[in-house]
Write a protein that binds this ligand. Sequence first.
Ligand SMILES: [Zn+2]
Length: 244
Amino acid sequence: MTETRTFPRNAVFQTSLMSALLDGIYQGNMTIGELLTHGSFGLGTFEGLDGEMIVLDGVSYQMRVDGTVHPAALDQVTPFAVVTNLVPQIRADLPDGATGDEVAAFVDRLIPSPNYVYALRITGTFSEVRTRTVAKQEPPYIPMAQSSKDEPVQTWSNVSGVLGGFRTPQYLMGVSVPGYHVHFVNDERSHGGHVLSYRLQHASIEISPAMSLDVSLPDTPSFQGANLLPDDLAEQIHSTEQHS
Ligand SMILES: [Zn+2]
């Protein structure tokens, strides 16, 4: 009996854990320069939750709560980020006018198995993208469910740009954000953030599967003392990442 390998064994790299971020572990543990050696595509945040990160073509963009976007310096640091080298194995045109939920259902049918991590890049025009951006915190840090409560939600209408992120299996809850987690930046690289919902005009998707996961755990006292398995983990992820 032969079994054919589905895909080449591409890796997703991440530093720290979503559950550590939820517990208020916002100290940077890796420079952007080092992060980018592990992948040229991905997402994350910056030390102190100083904005949302999207990594495209080897550039890490910092999208701050004041609405500014600029390429991060290589010596800036991140407390949590997920990157990979995008090797699209599946490409498709998405249904015109689809909502984020409809795109998710479409992608669920395209992928061969829910049990791997998939990097996703959606490029095109959007009638609406709703984003939030985390606001810089000062130590002593408080858990994310409290620090992210009053973040402003912004709605971008009739924009072209890129949604970049990951579809992660449910069994990685706490390691990462289970399900779809995407960030947005417009073509001008002048605005964007963590995506709460969107509706396409016309866009296509590239899907890069990963069958290896490389997790770098911070060597810091705050990580060593973190509570990484709170009873309400699913609820905390829902309230900080999904807001619905
Ligand atoms: Zn995010």
